[in-house]
Design a protein around this ligand. Structure first.
Ligand code: ATP
Ligand code: MG
Length: 446
């Protein structure tokens, strides 16, 4: 992409409404624009990052055996009356009436709709297990929308729903998602810690939240330090194998958010030098709630014993849009964002310090075309701005590598390659610079 043809409305001033880094940088880097309280437009740069996060989430769901589909954002109220949640859900639910005065709502979650789909089509235990997911917008009329897209009203969520014949099988499905989540967040460059969680309005008793540690997180977290750096299972794990030991290895160590925290248990179970009290951002939440929805909605299948069994369910959410902010909270400095390679909107930035100079233009065009061909998806700053403006803009948007091309370097046959994360600069021939970047990306998307 050539910057001159892109839409990147960078702000010079720090917006006063933004109190945390991710919100500040997302506004300054032209990633989002607020349209109304808790409602945001995703501008091209922000949208591109969100799409990459969505794709990693999708790949890891598919790998764990979940099947993608799409349910509507608007739901009828009747199913929610059947489950008993229409009244329980309260003011967070946006209730709408259509022209015939029928009650509709903008879905805050999809347990009812998916259970209705299940009961319409599935009759036998032979069709189980089933895990269906979609990546769809949700609306929750939050009491206090804040921190930009981190806690907003309309947000993108991946939500998966599993159906099994027994609780034992349901736990197996739960474990698959548990492991898939570890891999998903690790691929985004995050250290996400699973913590015992309260189940809230979704219900059930087996539940974990996945939190990334950040000082600006809304939750207070208490955990064993070893959980933070524990090696993830990896994407080559066999999801049909027994995953319980992987789950147990983590759940054996103390980890709880403020809602579930028990200070005495924390002190009894974790040696003082291993106790971590910090703040965290919830990026995923998984639940195993058995028959909470299948029972009232009558989602039953015939078992191998010839009897009818109510399906045992779980639901599994990932905050796809929240992750854009979460990743920035976990990875930035005073100059801007530092994207992990797996989610960066562009693989590298090319800065032309002398637009209009035949030699500089030609060198940049050549880098641009070769990096594009190699699948690096570069952003070429071909705008007629001062060097200082270009450098700070490129730092702000946080691409992992910057290639700086100017007449001075070209005289010696080199371009400057800057690593955004370390700040390290190297002078390399254009060919060597291209190879270095291609090499750096070779393992990014397993
Ligand atoms: P929270 O405790 O943060 O309100 P929740 O428990 O209500 O979240 P879930 O119903 O488990 O959330 O939703 C799954 C995921 O969706 C959450 O882990 C979070 O990442 C994301 N999410 C929930 N509410 C919001 C919101 N208002 N804005 C952005 N993302 C959200
Ligand atoms: Mg939660």
């Amino acid at each position: 992409m050539r910057l001159s043809r892109y839409f990147l409305p960078v702000l010079k001033e720090t917006p006063s409404e933004a109190s945390i880094a991710s919100h500040r940088y997302m506004l300054r880097a032209g990633m989002i624009k607020q349209q109304s309280a808790g409602l945001y437009s995703w501008l091209p740069l922000g949208f591109k990052v969100m799409k990459r996060i969505e794709q990693i989430t999708r790949e890891e769901q598919n790998r764990a055996g979940a099947v993608e589909m799409l349910m509507p954002t608007i739901q009828g109220a009747d199913l929610w009356r059947e489950s008993g949640r229409y009244d329980d859900y309260g003011q967070e639910m946006l209730r709408i009436k259509d022209r015939s005065d029928r009650d509709l709502l903008y879905g805050p979650t999809n347990e009812e709709v998916i259970t209705d789909i299940f009961r319409s089509f599935v009759r036998s235990y032979k069709d189980l297990p089933i895990n269906l997911y979609h990546i769809q917008w949700k609306f929750r009329d939050e009491v206090r929308p804040r921190f930009g897209i981190m806690r907003c009203r309309e947000f993108l969520m991946k939500d998966a729903y599993s159906f099994d014949i027994s609780m034992e099988e349901a736990v197996r499905s739960y474990n698959k998602m548990f492991v898939a989540y570890l891999n998903t967040f690790a691929r985004m460059g995050l250290k996400a810690v699973p913590m015992r969680a309260d189940t809230g309005p979704i219900g059930g008793d087996l539940s974990h939240e996945f939190l990334i540690l950040a000082d600006t997180g809304e939750s207070e977290v208490f955990c064993h330090k070893d959980l933070v750096d524990m090696v993830v299972p990896g994407t080559d794990i066999d999801f049909d194998s027994d995953l319980q030991p992987i789950v147990d290895q983590r759940t054996a160590l103390y980890a709880a958010t403020d809602e579930m925290h028990d200070q005495a248990a924390f002190e009894a179970q974790v040696p003082a030098d291993k106790r971590l009290s910090a703040r965290g951002i919830e990026v995923g939440h998984i639940f195993c709630f058995g028959d909470k929805y299948s029972k009232p909605l009558g989602a039953k299948v015939m078992g191998s014993d010839g009897k009818e069994h109510v399906a045992q369910m779980g639901s599994y959410g990932v905050g796809v849009s929240r992750l854009v902010g979460g990743i920035i909270e976990a990875s930035h400095d005073e100059n801007g964002i530092i994207w992990p390679k797996s989610v960066t909107p562009f693989g590298a930035g090319i800065i032309n310090l002398k637009v209009g100079d035949a030699e500089a233009d030609a060198a940049c065009e050549d880098l641009y075309s070769k990096l594009s061909t190699a699948g690096i998806d570069p952003l070429y700053d071909d705008k007629n701005d001062r060097g200082g403006v270009k450098f700070s803009r490129m730092d702000l948007i946080g691409l992992p590598y910057q290639l700086v091309v100017g007449p001075r370097g070209l005289k010696d046959g080199v371009v400057e390659v800057k690593d955004r994360k370390t700040g390290e600069k190297q002078n390399l021939s254009p060919g060597a610079a291209i190879n270095m970047i291609i090499f750096a990306y070779k393992d990014v998307n397993p």
